[in-house]
Design a protein around this ligand. Structure first.
Ligand code: GLU
Length: 389
């Protein structure tokens, strides 16, 4: 077994004995879930996915669908239009709270039910069938395979979801939802009943981690800006009223669902998904949280850990026969990376015997405009030039 698979297996083995929490039963069909299930998957930048545990077990995506439908709507309508209908502030309240802004009726954010229903209401489509088909197709693009709806879970939530139905009517009264609120809330129930595996969710997380490009299919599903917006939102609001302690302990933007799934990601590094049906008081998978805490602690995955390599480009120095000094840069040059390069160039300034300096940035995979501007200014001061093309 390769070392990463072994490591993931070990993490699962460590939490398997934990049996705190309870399977959600307010949607009757969810109560039938096998509570012993446990699965974990991680997806890297080239699309390689390692899945362990009950990796083939399908479960309904539930609230993990919310950031993705928000992403699709953001990409289609633009940030300003979407934010007229929903806020982006943590509610500090449970998932099904009536968190509506007093004057406008805007739900606090798209990751609680009220906000998610408002967002689903923005998906184009005249009837339920059309809107639902668009949502499932969108979720499928994130997962990289054709997903389907679990009709039993849908029927079960539709038969019992009076609170969500009430939220939809409330949103209609504020004109946040337009048209028939039933179409929006039923489309939302179908969206939540979409069937996925941990591998699907891990690839979906990867698509957000890698700027909106599905790392398996290569499809650009959403813009990099939208992916950044969604990841920002998950950081502050993804774990409901447990979002603050989650950020402190796990430090990965994440989204959980009542069927026991948790999606998390480290931007530009990996997507991860874990599933185990028993939930804590916040509605987050108990064993899922333990798994992600362990991965974060032991593998240094917390996003606010120090990551010097990300900010440091590779630097090579060559001298031509005419004395020209060529400084080549590779990797990513961020604002902080530019500062490190400048510190190196200051040493060159002291060694005044260099007749000409060329800083070649063509090998960089990513160059931030501010970094280029400071680099140009400093290299110009040394009488050198920056080669960009
Ligand atoms: N369909 C569920 C509901 O609206 C989703 C909740 C969740 O996963 O947190 O109640």
């Amino acid at each position: 077994m390769d070392p990463v698979t072994q490591l993931l297996e070990d993490v699962l083995a460590d939490v398997r004995g934990e049996d705190a929490g309870a399977v959600a039963d307010y949607i009757p069909e969810l109560a039938r879930a096998d509570a012993s299930r446990l699965a974990l998957a991680v997806t890297g930048p080239a699309g390689g996915t390692i899945a362990v545990g009950d990796a083939d077990a399908e479960f309904s995506i539930q609230s993990i669908s919310k950031p993705f439908v928000f992403a699709l709507v953001l990409d289609a309508l633009g940030r300003d239009e979407v934010l007229r209908h929903v806020g982006v502030e943590p509610s500090g309240e449970p998932f099904n709270a009536i968190s509506l802004e007093e004057s406008t009726g805007r739900p606090a954010n798209p990751l609680i039910n009220a906000g998610a229903i408002a967002v689903t209401g923005l998906v184009p489509g005249t009837d339920l069938e059309e809107r639902s088909a668009r949502i499932v197709a969108g979720l499928s693009a994130f997962a990289g395979r054709s997903l389907t709806v679990d009709e039993d879970v849908y029927a079960s939530e539709s038969a019992t979801g009076e609170r969500n139905r009430a939220l939809a009517h409330l949103l209609r009264s504020y004109d946040i939802l337009h048209g028939d609120p039933h179409v929006s809330v039923e489309a939302y129930f179908r969206q939540c009943a979409t069937l996925v595996t941990v591998t699907d969710v891990s690839v979906m997380a990867g698509t957000l981690a890698f700027g909106g490009r599905n790392p398996v299919t290569g499809e650009k599903v959403i813009s990099a800006r939208t992916a950044r917006d969604v990841v920002s939102l998950m950081t502050s609001c993804g774990m409901y009223d447990g979002s603050g302690s989650w950020l402190l302990r796990v430090g990965l933007p994440a989204k959980s669902g009542v069927s026991g799934g948790i999606l998390a990601l480290a931007p530009s590094q990996f997507g991860v998904a874990v599933m185990s049906p028993r939930l804590d008081v916040h509605g987050n998978s108990t064993r899922g949280r333990l798994v992600l805490e362990r991965l974060s602690d032991e593998l240094g995955m917390h996003v606010f850990d120090q990551h010097t390599a990300i900010a440091t480009p590779r630097v090579s120095v060559e001298h031509d026969s005419d004395g020209t000094m060529r400084v080549g840069l590779e990797g990513e040059l961020s604002f902080s990376g530019a500062e490190r390069v400048l510190a190196a160039l200051r040493g060159i300034e002291v060694a005044a015997d260099v007749p000409h300096l060329v800083v070649d940035v063509r090998g960089l995979s990513q160059l931030h405009p501010a970094a280029l501007a400071v680099l140009r200014a400093q290299v110009g001061r040394l009488g050198g030039e920056v080669r960009v093309d």
